[in-house]
Write a protein that binds this ligand. Structure first.
Ligand code: UD1
Ligand code: CA
Length: 461
């Protein structure tokens, strides 16, 4: 969970609709499991609920969506899951969570699990209207192309009168450009009784959540609309919209990172995960990808063409170009991890240098150690992953293979080209090399004999 709320609000319930199959995604996975910034869409929505301080959260899923359930609880541990077996419309979906609604006093914000770009500001705007006395609130937007959306019908006093679905609208109503984003808010006092009045006498034969507006007005209750940008409420129905949402997400994140004091030389070529944390005065060169779970400390320089996932880079380190940090890579303060270096599940202590062409996996590297070019920790024997410990101030010569499990004592020195399969004591030199043999004039004789053979063959032609 990332957005741990500083203040909780027990009067607020978030109700997320995620029962849709998402057939247009053409996927084996439920639609809301598809990720934006390496985080499932439903996770974005739940984290937004957390950021508003909601204590209560209900999620409506379809049958056979265990996958969604586990993501839901990982983002919102107290969330209640309800299964909507028949998909009879948005009001029916909300009523699937009736048991949770019955026990709740205050406000409910209904969100869609496939609308991952909604912002805290937009949702707060709607929530404020409820707290200021509205019984029903709708988040609307000015649609560039309103086709397919429900239209917000507003009376002369600016109060919301009704929401008309496209298929049920008359010509005049179809002219309306302000559309329903799908995000709606309710004061719980009247919510259940209104929902139970919703019928399905419409073009789709569905129970529309949007009908609650008209029903509320008939009872003299107050309904209002607030407006947000179309981008904030982009719904994802297919892979093209998924990549569009990703694009918008990345641009927002790039801007955030820069506003928080990091330099992105070519922001459009750097890709973040939703949970990426970047410190101050970090410089990120072009073409860097952050997978989930990466934290970068202050004053770090990331050279171009790197890929990171599940890694920590502490302050003042220099990483790349062309470095790959895999899950469990912990790069300490002031380290150097250079080109074509891969680090996995390894603690690299302060000031250590791994400058070129190296694989470090399942390892501990002590402070100020120097790992030469082409060093390989041979961590896998075909059955088990074994650990390599490299002490502080060790010097590992180039092109060495360290066959784990193995420990190099502090200050030890490994001659280049060695294959080390046994522990090395502190401050010792370990070297494994075949004896050098020199044959004087051998090469000159070899060249002469080869040339004679070649000339003979040519003469025969
Ligand atoms: C809905 C709104 C429409 C709005 C549009 C915004 C209604 C009647 N209409 O229309 O005014 O402009 O969203 O995108 O609410 N869902 C369930 N169970 C159901 C039906 C839907 O969980 O039985 C979920 C879907 O997974 C989806 C959301 O509710 O996340 C919206 O359903 P959808 O059928 O896409 O509604 P629209 O027709 O797009
Ligand atoms: Ca829809």
């Amino acid at each position: 969970m990332e957005n741990v709320a500083s203040m909780t609000d027990s009067s607020l319930m978030i109700l997320v609709l995620a029962a849709g199959m998402g057939t247009r995604m053409k996927s084996k996975h439920p639609k809301v499991m598809h990720a934006i910034g390496s985080k499932p869409m439903v996770g974005h929505v739940l984290d937004l609920g957390n950021s508003l301080g909601a204590v209560n959260c209900s999620v409506v899923v379809g049958p056979d969506m265990e996958q969604v359930e586990s993501v839901v609880t990982s983002h919102f541990s107290s969330a209640q899951i309800f299964v909507q077996n028949d998909r009879l419309g948005t009001a029916h979906a909300v009523l699937s969570a009736k048991e949770a609604l019955k026990g709740h006093e205050g406000y409910v914000l209904v969100l869609y699990g496939d609308t991952p770009l909604l912002t805290k500001d937009a949702l707060n705007g709607l929530y404020s209207e409820l707290k200021n006395g509205a019984d029903v609130g709708v988040l609307g937007f000015n649609a560039e192309d309103p086709t397919g959306y429900g239209r917000l019908l507003v009376d002369d006093n600016g109060q919301l009168e009704a929401i008309r679905e496209q298929k049920d609208a008359n010509t005049e109503e179809l002219q309306v450009k302000i559309c329903n984003s799908g995000v709606m808010g309710f004061r719980t006092a009247h919510m259940l009784s209104l929902l139970e009045k919703v019928g399905n006498d419409n073009a789709n034969g569905e129970y529309y959540l949007t009908d609650v507006v008209e029903l509320a007005r008939q009872q003299g209750l107050k309904a209002v609309a607030t407006v947000c940008s179309e981008q904030d409420v982009l719904g994802v129905n297919d892979r093209v919209q998924l990549s569009e949402a990703e694009r918008i997400f990345q641009n927002r994140k790039r801007e955030d990172v820069q506003r928080n004091g990091a330099t992105l030389i070519a922001p459009e070529t750097v890709f973040f995960a939703a949970d990426t944390k970047i410190g101050q005065d970090v410089i990120i060169e072009p073409n860097v990808v952050f997978g989930p779970g990466v934290t970068v400390g202050d004053d770090v320089h990331i050279y171009s063409h790197c890929h990171f996932e599940g890694a920590v880079i502490e302050a003042h380190s220099k990483v790349g170009p062309f470095a790959r940090l895999r899950p469990g890579a912990e790069i300490g303060e002031g380290c150097k991890v250079g080109n074509f270096v891969e680090v996995k599940k390894a603690q690299v202590s302060k000031g250590a240098k791994i400058n070129h062409l190296t694989y470090i996996g399942d390892a501990e590297i002590g402070e100020e150690a120097n790992i030469g070019a082409g060093t390989i920790t041979c961590n896998y024997d075909g059955f088990n992953k074994n650990i390599t410990k490299i002490g502080a101030n060790c010097f590992v010569g180039s092109n060495s293979s360290l066959i784990a499990p193995v420990t190099l004592g502090d200050g030890s020195f490994i001659g280049s080209g060695s294959v080390i399969s046994e522990n090395v004591p502190a401050d010792a030199l370990a070297i494994t090399r075949a004896e050098k043999k020199v044959y004087e004039q051998w090469a000159a004789r070899f060249r002469r004999s080869q040339q004679r053979l070649k000339d003979k063959k040519a003469g025969l032609k």
